[in-house]
Design a protein around this ligand. Sequence first.
Ligand SMILES: Cc1cc2nc3c(=O)[nH]c(=O)nc-3n(C[C@H](O)[C@H](O)[C@H](O)COP(=O)(O)O)c2cc1C
Length: 288
Amino acid sequence: MSAHSHSHSNRNTGDPLMDTAAHHNLETVIAPWVSTFKSFLRSAAAKHNGQSSTAALDGPVDESNPAPSYPFTLSTVSVSEFTDERTGETKSFVRPHARTCMFRGFAFTPNSGILTVTTDKRMAKFDQIVRPLTHGAFEACFYFENDLVQFRIAGSCKLAFLNHSGEVYLSDPAKGTEEPADDSVASEFYKSWTVLSPAMKLSFCKPPPGAEFSQEHFEQLEKVEKATNNVRNGEEIPEEFMAEGKKNFVLIMCSPELVDFTNVSGIGQRILFERAGEYVWTFKEICP
Ligand SMILES: Cc1cc2nc3c(=O)[nH]c(=O)nc-3n(C[C@H](O)[C@H](O)[C@H](O)COP(=O)(O)O)c2cc1C
């Protein structure tokens, strides 16, 4: 990405250096950081040992074209309110939580910029995101080692998961809503479940993540391990495991508001991209 000396408003193109005719639909409107991000990701993934293909970054994801998976750091926050015993005041305790997750490609369209991550409903991050106080806040940090490049992508997450009656629900903590998902979200949810490897599907049947380990948990883990070995030998996933896994499966969709691109090679470069409207991004070069 080359240097810019002033701030731009860019409402329509995938490339901050270009300014083409306006487009107003999701298919063609590309946030100005997306193509740069994808090209760094592609070359980093190619160098990452054992990394799966990133072909799906540009095409429809299906079983023959699985979602890319590339590790990055996903941070969320927890906010807990408590009463100060001395003063009786309600105070809040805020803590950041960072962990490694796999980037599973962009939701809906190959250039939407909406990062997807799969997780387990029983993990702490689900509660952290879903709690209204945190507004679903996230920051994703990608480090592309070979290029000395970092992308910090911040915004708010939405969660798609099955409710008690097996219907896909969408939680949007920034808006404070939780309602039946529309068809496009439901189809993203099922697609991301379908393209998971059988071993990944079975991993959602493990004993509750974070619970203290017990004999009962050990036995559950052994059952999952056995089923995993069986699917490796060509057997199907037993139906009760499929149902259990799907029940715990969650698709996190992270919508960026702020993208901080930092390149520390040479004299360095830093560009800050900011969402200014549904399809409008501004960007400016800032001191590295
Ligand atoms: C290489 C690697 C990839 C991981 N990918 C994911 C992932 O895609 N989703 C996820 O929920 N956890 C993933 N984890 C596990 C998380 O780092 C974390 O331990 C787990 O999600 C529990 O986090 P939480 O208690 O903050 O929710 C991964 C861990 C490693 C080491």
